[in-house]
Design a binder for this molecule. Structure first.
Ligand SMILES: Cc1cc2nc3c(=O)[nH]c(=O)nc-3n(C[C@H](O)[C@H](O)[C@H](O)COP(=O)(O)OP(=O)(O)OC[C@H]3O[C@@H](n4cnc5c(N)ncnc54)[C@H](O)[C@@H]3O)c2cc1C
Length: 486
């Protein structure tokens, strides 16, 4: 439980800092502050009974199941570097080399994402033209990409457009619906008609502006690019890694770096307030007050952050509140491999909305990271809900299990009954970067900067992935340390 701190940090040289939220962002911020300010007293407050937030590994006797996030990008270096710094380098595991691709559903059948098709960019034309995922008119339309004129106003500051608008404009509606939409849904659980291209893939906009087309940009970069990069498809699985013991290992090791008496579980913060002497206090839902603190890092999803800062700055609170979040459900199932009739030549399935399915995606977790279940078993995580099907999260466990199992078995040709491992709901956990997100975040940061000693960090601002959350936490810790050292 939360402890009452000494009355005033002024009486001691050690700065007192509160971190709100015990996900990867809050824990990283806390850890970094202990390195930057070794004499600081860092207290971390987490609403739930456990640390980790969306990073949540369930380790059973012969099974390792990720209930939330399952991997992170290595090329965005921040999470990878943090693991190395924490001595976890030897526990980092790459995705299995075999079958590094996603499968897409078309008319109820599974086909691999064409080689070289990376989320929105058809790097290699041959595989796209040979793929049964697109009709002949759609392939011809896609070939014309290099001659499609640039968007008007592309060079304007803060030019933005939805991913759906961009992809339809450049690649054609069918390529968008059949490939781009499902691949993006697997990453952002978003509505692509609202998803901001400037916030999620700014390099794509830059390429159109600079070269006039994605094709020309690809050809210009080809000389220097690595051939395996060019032929990667889907979510570029070669860039993704996990930890041998699951991502919870990172959470556990981060938590070990902090004095255990400074980690407060079951501590839902409701309010941050400023004292007349420019310090900070926090309030728990039971009304108890903590502090004063010299600094606070709010490492919460934006809607929660909006509530806790409401007393400090209503405008900041309203801006934070305007970042929408989506919910999703994950149904974890196992199947006997001997009862599956179709070859599983990929890491998972993405389902275009136009298929009218109840599932968004399915990840073949045990093929992605081998050794997580006995060899004769397939571990699958089926994703439902997201921005386009929010009502799914309110179904009962039994309903979710039934939908997930039936649709999965149809798709992969499984005749046995899947065994349920877990149903997990992630309510309001995935921020939706809508068109206009970039200037909105700029506005939030400008407003937040008026409150010295108060920092925001998390997945709401500059990227939803684990690496971006780590960077956001590191940046917030740096800013706070800099302020406290002045
Ligand atoms: C289902 C799913 C799968 C994902 N998969 C991947 C993936 O494979 N790779 C990847 O890179 N990214 C993935 N992401 C995104 C990434 O995992 C998240 O963006 C990231 O983990 C968010 O971390 P966080 O610490 O900012 O927030 P959270 O993990 O949401 O943690 C916030 C914490 O704050 C606590 N909290 C909330 N309110 C309060 C309060 N008032 N007081 C105190 N504590 C509070 C919460 O209980 C929670 O523990 C996934 C996201 C989801 C939802």
């Amino acid at each position: 439980m939360a402890t009452k701190l000494p009355e005033s940090p002024k009486s001691t040289a050690a700065p007192h800092i509160a971190i709100l939220g015990g996900g990867i962002t809050g824990l990283t911020a806390a850890y970094r502050l202990t390195k930057l300010l070794p004499n600081a007293v860092v207290q971390l407050f987490e609403a739930s009974k456990r640390l980790g937030g969306v990073l949540f590994t369930d380790r059973q006797a012969d099974m390792l199941v990720e209930r939330g996030a399952d991997s992170f990008q290595r090329k965005l270096p921040w999470a990878f570097q943090l693991c190395k710094e924490l001595g976890l380098e030897h526990e980092i595991v790459p995705t299995c080399e075999e079958n590094r691709r996603a499968l897409v559903v078309r008319n109820g059948k599974l086909y691999p994402v064409p080689e070289g098709f990376v989320v929105i960019r058809p790097n290699l034309l041959g595989p796209v033209l040979r793929s049964p995922l697109l009709s002949l008119p759609a392939k011809i339309r896609l070939l014309f990409e290099r001659w499609i004129p640039k968007a008007k106003g592309l060079d304007a500051t803060d030019y933005d457009e939805s991913v759906a608008s961009f992809a339809t404009r450049r690649l054609g509606r069918e390529a968008f619906e059949q490939l781009v939409q499902p691949l993006l849904a697997g990453i952002y659980t978003a509505d692509p008609e609202k998803l901001s291209l400037a916030a999620t893939m700014p390099n794509i906009l830059k390429e159109e502006w600079q070269y006039g087309s994605l094709r020309k940009a690809f050809l210009a970069a080809k000389q220097s690019s690595n051939p395996t990069e060019a032929s990667a498809s889907g979510a570029r699985y070669a860039n993704f890694v996990s930890l041998k013991g699951g991502l919870q290992r990172l959470i556990d090791v981060l938590a070990e770096q902090l004095p255990q008496e400074n980690i407060h579980l079951h501590s839902p913060m409701t309010l941050v307030q400023q004292t007349p002497d420019q310090k900070w206090t926090t309030q728990l839902s039971n009304g108890s007050q903590q502090g004063p603190f010299d600094g606070v890092i709010v490492a919460l999803p934006a809607p929660c952050a909006a509530k806790v800062v409401a007393d400090v700055d209503t405008q900041l609170s309203e801006l934070l509140q305007s970042i929408p979040y989506a919910s999703s459900a994950v149904v974890c199932l196992t199947l006997k491999k001997s009862e599956i009739s179709k070859p599983l030549e990929g890491f998972g399935i993405v389902v275009p909305t136009v298929e009218g399915s109840n599932i968004v995606a399915a990840s073949f977790s045990s093929l992605k990271f081998p050794g997580r279940v006995p060899d004769d078993i397939l571990l699958v995580r089926v994703f439902l809900g997201g921005a386009l099907r929010p009502e799914m999260v309110d179904l009962t466990d039994a309903e979710l299990q039934e939908l997930a199992a039936t649709e999965l078995c149809d798709l992969i040709g499984a005749h046995g009954k899947p065994v349920l491992i877990d149903v997990v709901r992630w309510r309001e956990k995935m921020p939706q970067y809508h068109v206009g997100h970039v200037p909105l975040v700029r506005e939030i940061e400008k407003q937040a900067a008026q409150h010295q000693g108060l920092e925001l960090a998390g997945n709401a601002y500059h990227g939803v992935g684990i690496p971006q959350c780590v960077r956001s936490a590191e940046d917030a810790a740096q800013r706070l340390a800099h302020y406290l050292e002045q």
